[in-house]
Write a protein that binds this ligand. Structure first.
Ligand SMILES: [Zn+2]
Length: 134
């Protein structure tokens, strides 16, 4: 059997061919359409605005805590390092925990609302790693 047999309708093993066709159709169905450059620029602008708002909010929260609760910069740095290490990596990022598909049990990214393997809905909401995994 060669690759061309797989493309022939009802090829040498019809069930394998239809499974491959199903998987190809499924993959195409889950591929997001390409976005125009203007739409991508809008996305970047919106993300920059959100980052700016979050930065401002964090600065306000930090100054309130520093002034009213008398926390120090060292307290802040220690807490950042503690939270950063919750996923086992010191990479300056906070990662959301992966979800498990309710239908097939596979692990999928928290960014997806549907399972990429079976198309099922994912029940558990995305969360932030709350405890160290040691
Ligand atoms: Zn699934």
């Amino acid at each position: 059997m060669d690759i061309w047999d797989l493309l022939r309708p009802g090829g040498p093993t019809g069930s394998m061919t239809s499974r491959l066709e199903d998987r190809m159709v499924d993959a195409l169905r889950h591929t997001p359409p390409a976005r125009a450059p203007a739409a991508l620029q809008n996305d970047v602008d919106e993300l920059e605005q959100r980052v700016d708002r979050l930065t401002l909010l964090n600065a306000a929260l930090w100054e309130l805590l520093r002034d009213r609760v008398k926390l120090t910069e060292a307290d802040l740095v220690n807490k950042v390092q503690e939270i950063d290490l919750r996923d086992g990596r010191s990479d300056g990022r906070i990662r959301s925990t992966p979800k498990v598909c309710d239908a097939c049990g596979r692990t999928i990214s928290s960014r997806h609302q549907r399972c990429l393997y079976c198309g099922g809905h994912t029940g558990s909401a995305a969360g932030i790693a709350a405890k160290p995994r040691h």
